[in-house]
Design a binder for this molecule. Structure first.
Ligand code: PEP
Length: 250
């Protein structure tokens, strides 16, 4: 763990108008004041806010991320954004394969892998999300499902610098439910082992985040689980108070 810097990343999803940048600015002020301790702080904003947020984030050492990108650098893809465009707008991260994209936009593992390649090409760090549904967990399939998502979604060019993995059980996202600490420990150990089989050179360095109903009141317990190298935070990343209450555990 010592060589893996904890990462606390916020996912604003489709939330945020320009007036809400005051929260992003408060996050920057708090992070610059050392409130996140040793953790790296990243906020993945709607693409429309990236350019406006960039000066304060860059000055504070807070990373900016997008929430999705197309795999190609440019071209006839109306409504899409390339990794190069996110980078040009000030981002250094992009979330890929979030369950809301996998389910709502039919993104399969191969598509996530192509987009992740696009992120690498543009110099972005991809936060690739994996996680089982409630039905898959109840059927005892959580580990094999996550295993096949990892093998199918992660390109061979991955390094601990250009890739972060986020384990987000679909049934824990936005529900207030979390797996037991024991189940999280089992899954995170499994993910590191599986990455070790597929890409042995990144096994020990890759950061594995937990995501799904992380709040200030459960973050300390969740972040102490072995092989949990930080959090991907949805709802609680929208206010500086809650988000820094989570990042503050480091
Ligand atoms: C997410 O969607 O990435 C997420 C973790 O959401 P929440 O924290 O709201 O469960």
């Amino acid at each position: 763990r010592s060589e893996r810097r904890p990462l606390v990343a916020g996912n604003w999803k489709m939330n945020g108008l320009r007036k809400d940048l005051v929260e992003a600015e408060k996050i920057c002020v708090a992070a610059a004041a050392g409130e996140a301790g040793e953790a790296e702080v990243v906020i993945c904003l709607p693409a429309t806010l990236l350019i406006s947020a960039a000066p304060a984030c860059h000055a504070a050492g807070v990373g900016l991320g997008g929430q999705h990108c197309h795999g190609e650098p440019k071209g006839p893809f109306t409504g899409d954004l390339s990794a190069e465009m996110l980078r040009d707008a000030g981002a250094s991260y992009v979330i890929l394969g979030h369950s809301e994209r996998r389910a709502g936009h039919n993104e399969g593992n191969a598509a996530v892998r192509e987009k992740t390649r696009g992120a690498f090409r543009a110099g972005l760090t991809a936060i690739v999300c994996v996680g089982e549904t409630r039905g898959q967990r109840e059927a005892g399939d959580a580990l094999p499902i996550v295993g096949s998502q990892l093998t199918g979604s992660i390109p061979g060019e991955a390094t601990p610098q250009n890739l972060v993995i986020a384990y987000e059980p679909v049934w824990a996202i936005g529900t207030g439910l979390t797996p037991t600490l024991r189940d999280i420990a089992e899954m995170h150990r499994f993910i590191r082992e599986r990455v070790g089989v597929d890409l042995p050179r990144i096994r020990d360095g890759i950061r594995i985040l937990y995501g799904g109903s992380v709040k200030p009141n459960n973050a300390a317990d969740l972040m102490r689980v072995p092989n949990v190298d930080g959090a991907l935070v949805g709802g609680a990343s929208l206010t500086a108070k809650d988000f820094m209450g989570i990042a503050g555990v480091y």
